[in-house]
Design a binder for this molecule. Structure first.
Ligand code: ACO
Ligand code: LMR
Length: 264
């Protein structure tokens, strides 16, 4: 009989063996001819299913909103310095990407994890925030260096408005807003930030769309898919900053002595 040689790799998201590549079983010709967008491609390759238009549009809005936030933020700063050191595109890009983490852009998964756990356990915002404080953990998705109660993050407002109009339920986002009301009573800059808004709204997308089982939602949150949205989005801006520096023929960057406190 036939003997099947054992394989060393299992792959379930795409297939390039036929006449055309397929993403989660959908041929490239369908993707192009049916006018699929980047949100659809992300749905197929990350979630292995076609999601309704309001979901893919939400994903695309997240990508557009997070694509850049000016030259001063951690990621752009690193990419700019690296490009000015004469490094290539990939080095400049990854140098910026490597700053994405728990403080900058990479708090989406933890925000989703902690908001979900607190909501599902019926914790009041007070119990949740004070519990985190006792554990010495900053609430992921809360706080910003320059945004505050009187200078709200427009990106957060745009995401909330979209979800209010298109999502069947925004219970996790509403919970995150209640948490924000409580944290704002402590300090002016403890706003719901864009990571927290995406984290809580993605929980609403996953649970409200009817496209995912409870087990699948738990797996997505546990594995941590959502920081991928920021990584993907911000790559657009970091590539832009790299080209910008090269176009401007900027010299090697050296930080000014005056801006360093030399001390023993
Ligand atoms: N939860 C609870 N308390 C907080 C939080 C928070 N998320 N953020 C700040 N505080 C309080 C703490 O008491 C902190 O004191 P500590 O250093 O002893 O913990 C105090 O405020 C001082 O904080 P600031 O100096 O005002 O905060 P900073 O401007 O340095 O930090 C930051 C901003 C990094 C975003 C912070 O708020 C934080 O860590 N948030 C959680 C992570 C997060 O959501 N990051 C994503 C930001 S959005 C983005 O990057 C796209
Ligand atoms: C960003 O999107 O890069 C910002 O929210 C972070 C910042 O420091 O402004």
């Amino acid at each position: 009989g036939k003997v099947r040689a054992p394989t060393h790799i299992i792959s379930t998201i795409s297939d390039d063996r036929g006449e055309e590549p397929c993403y989660a079983g959908v041929p490239m010709s369908t993707i192009v001819e049916q006018g699929y967008g980047v949100g659809d491609v992300i749905s197929l390759l990350w979630f292995k299913r076609s999601l309704p238009r309001y979901c893919t549009q939400f994903i695309e809005i997240c990508i557009m909103l997070c694509a850049d936030h000016g030259p001063c933020v951690s990621g752009a700063h690193n990419s700019i310095v690296t490009a000015r050191a004469g490094k290539d595109l990939v080095s400049s890009l990854v140098s910026g990407l490597l700053t994405i983490g728990p403080r900058f852009g990479g708090a989406i998964d933890d925000a989703a994890r902690y908001f979900k756990d607190a909501y599902d356990r019926n914790l009041t915002p007070y119990e949740f925030v004070e519990g985190m404080k006792k554990k010495g953990i900053r609430v992921p998705g809360i706080g910003h260096r320059i945004k505050s109660r009187d200078n709200r993050d427009k990106r957060v407002q745009l995401l909330q408005k979209y979800a209010h109009t298109h999502f069947p339920s925004v219970k996790y986002m509403e919970y995150a807003c209640q948490v924000e009301t409580y944290t704002l009573s402590k300090a002016n800059n403890l706003v719901l930030n864009v990571d927290g808004a995406i984290g809580s709204l993605f929980l609403d997308l996953l649970s409200g769309s009817g496209m995912f089982t409870k087990q699948e939602i738990d797996e997505i949150v546990e594995i941590g898919y959502l920081n991928g949205l920021f990584v993907l989005a911000r790559s657009i801006g970091l590539i832009g900053h790299t080209f910008d520096q090269k176009r401007l023929k900027q010299p090697l960057y050296r930080h000014p002595w005056e801006d360093v406190l030399y001390t023993k």
